[in-house]
Design a protein around this ligand. Structure first.
Ligand code: GRF
Length: 215
């Protein structure tokens, strides 16, 4: 399955997807990675790995519709079948979202539907929850909403700072995103109603959904 990865910054999830796709048995490949931010660190990660990367700077467009149209055209030209948002910091128009309905994933650093939006780890620490995590879900119009493909739980330690918690959750993100994409690419994760039904999952695919393997 041909992936189009959208990112805006650091690009560590892009890096994890690049690594996963190196495995011959992985059922997906990155056709193109696109950043809306010309200064994104992730651009260098893609270039170093020889992955096609393109900047589509939203500031050069009149409005969201024209930016999204350029994004859409570039993804289609590259033959993309599944769009994977990986730290993509732009709100997409409903036209774009409906075109890629059930063909666009997002990763969010919490156990959705808790802690949608930005500054997740600050709010997690303030709230005093003992468990947080990461979620991969299909994209819908509302931010951080949509059928959940996979979740991983991550403990919050008493002495955590935003930095330590971010780092621990990122380790889990880097495992769960490739795993969720594998389920979709293999046709094992299907949207029925507004829930994802998983069929024929192997034990190693099932494990990280519930118990983080953080080794
Ligand atoms: C990740 O925490 C992801 O869940 C969120 O944005 C962050 C992107 O990090 N959507 P990176 O650019 O992949 O390092």
């Amino acid at each position: 399955m041909k992936l189009g990865v959208l990112f805006s910054g650091r690009g560590t999830n892009l890096g994890a997807l690049i690594e996963a796709c190196k495995d011959e048995d992985y059922p997906a490949e990155i056709a193109i990675a696109i950043s809306n931010n010309p200064d994104a660190e992730g651009i260098a990660i893609a270039e170093a790995a020889g992955v096609r990367v393109q900047v589509i700077n939203h500031k050069e467009f009149e409005d969201r519709d024209t930016f999204d149209a350029a994004l859409d055209a570039t993804l289609r030209d590259a033959g993309v079948e599944l769009v994977c948002n990986a730290g993509f910091m732009r709100i997409l128009t409903s036209g774009f979202v409906s075109h890629w309905h059930n063909r666009q994933l997002n990763i969010h650093p919490s156990l959705l539907p808790a802690f949608k939006g930005l500054h997740v780890h600050d709010r997690v620490l303030e709230s005093g929850v003992r468990l947080t995590g990461a979620t991969v879900h299909f994209v819908r119009d509302e931010m951080d909403e949509g059928p959940i493909v996979a979740q991983v739980a991550v403990p919050v330690e008493p002495d955590d700072t935003v930095e330590t918690l971010t780092a621990r959750v990122l380790v889990a993100e880097h495992k769960i995103y490739p795993m969720a994409i594998r389920l979709v690419a293999d046709g094992k994760a299907r949207v029925q109603g507004e829930r994802v039904v998983i069929q024929g999952m192997t034990e190693s695919e099932a494990g990280p959904l519930y118990v983080p393997a953080l080794d």
